[in-house]
Write a protein that binds this ligand. Structure first.
Ligand code: CTP
Length: 407
């Protein structure tokens, strides 16, 4: 894999030479780019000797004639030629410039032109690492889907003990490896995912909803996009950020979710319905706030449209993956829902255990396959469960394709 290594101006810049070696030992072809400040700490010659390539240091490294033109567009060429951009050490200043899109030297200009995966390994004094500005910038960069390798705790060059030390170069190289090994087995698929709860109004200020956080559906959306799919995420009201490279459609009610799903059905090849849709809604919502009285209040509710069941009727040759949230008889209930709603696969989870399922970071599920077989996954982080679910989806897709087109 072709990796461009950006070296920032920090005391840890000397470790970048070891990082070059660690990347090369794993078979990566490394091009080094240094900032002006980095050159105060380590000579470009060190990297040139290690890589056998010219080290790029300036945006306009030549003067006059054709060279000015070629160096002016070099950042575009380097951006296109390389698949991963690793920045180590990523100083507080670089994080700020990347997050705000400032492009006044080669590395920051390259960053803006770069379309591959970005890995940032920050290293700085611990007070700078803890500063609100650094935290905000990191949040922005994480939101863009970049991999942040957090600094380690230890003695820093400034003589203080704390977080801010560049991690072992081998750890950074391993991270690059795991990115390059990542599967792209959903390339060409167009996946529609629903996530989160719905809210059904009772009056202008109140609603019925449930405890779904949307974390499971968002994790699936993120993982599916990473695996090469085009992803549309139809999301109920949640408080988590949108995943990178995913088109998010925000809805509130079951009716709005239904409309968003079927508006996109045509272009969709796989539907994953992880949303916790409210089963009832109030058809005639009062215009004014309901007033408190001393007597019992009865609400008249109607069933919401069952989006999954309707998708089962209209799916054609699309893959349909449902979810089932249960508090008992998990696998039996899941098998029943899978058949009655015409799903190809169904992910079932118990939702009455602390720390798992609804509103939690972890989950434990049974994935019901078309044969009725249940594959258990977890307890594990929702992002790992998302990968396990997509492994089954990709396997089923491959199997169905093989059946459709016998050799
Ligand atoms: N679902 C849906 N539309 C609804 C209700 C549920 O699309 N109005 C979908 C959910 O997104 C999920 C699946 O149906 O993929 C199962 O949801 P769940 O709440 O477990 O089951 P219900 O069919 O609502 O049955 P019950 O609440 O009685 O268990």
């Amino acid at each position: 894999m072709r990796v461009v290594l950006g070296v920032g101006g920090g005391i840890a810049a000397y470790k970048s030479a070891e990082l070059v070696r660690a990347l090369q030992q794993r078979g990566h072809d490394v091009q080094v780019v240094m900032t002006r400040a980095a050159r105060e700490f380590i000579q470009p010659l060190t990297f040139a000797a290690l890589t056998g390539r010219k080290v790029i240091t300036d945006l306009f490294s030549q003067s006059g004639g054709e060279d000015t033109l070629s160096s002016a567009v070099e950042h575009i060429a380097v951006a296109h030629e390389n698949e991963v951009l690793v920045v180590a050490p990523a100083t507080a200043d670089l994080l700020a410039r990347f997050s705000h899109g400032l492009a006044d030297d080669f590395l920051t200009t390259l960053y803006l032109a770069f379309e591959g995966k970005v890995v940032l390994a920050p290293a700085m004094n611990s007070a700078m690492w803890e500063h609100a500005a650094t935290k905000t910038n990191l949040g922005i960069l994480q939101q863009r889907g970049h991999v942040i390798i957090e600094p380690e705790e230890g003695w820093l060059a400034c003589g203080t003990l704390g977080a801010g030390r560049l991690p072992d170069p081998v750890r950074i190289a391993e991270q690059v490896d795991s990115i390059t090994r990542r599967k792209r087995d959903l390339t060409g698929e167009s996946i529609l995912i629903t996530a989160g709860p719905t809210q059904e109004a009772l009056d202008p200020v109140r609603y019925i909803s449930n405890r779904s956080s949307g974390k499971m559906g968002y994790a699936i959306a993120h993982a599916a996009a990473e695996r090469g799919a085009r992803v549309v995420l139809v999301s109920g009201p949640v408080s988590i950020p949108a995943p990178h490279n995913v088109e998010v459609i925000h809805v509130r009610t079951a009716q709005e979710m239904r409309k968003a799903v079927f508006d996109h059905l045509e272009e969709t090849s796989i539907i994953i319905k992880s949303a916790a849709v409210a089963d009832y809604y109030m058809a005639n919502v009062p215009q004014q706030k309901l007033k408190k009285t001393a007597t019992r209040l009865s609400l008249e509710l109607d069933p919401t449209p069952d989006i999954l069941a309707e998708a089962g009727q209209r799916k054609g040759d699309r893959l349909l993956i449902g979810f089932a949230a249960e508090t008992e008889n998990l696998v039996e209930e899941a098998r029943r829902k899978m058949i009655s709603k015409h799903c190809d696969m169904l992910v079932a989870n118990l939702v009455n255990r602390d720390g798992l399922g609804f509103d939690a970071d972890q989950n434990e599920v049974d994935i019901i396959l078309p044969s009725g077989q249940a594959v258990h996954a977890g307890p594990a982080d929702k992002k790992d469960i998302a990968e396990r679910i997509l492994d089954q989806v990709a396997t089923l897709r491959l199997h169905l394709r093989a059946v459709e087109k016998p050799a």
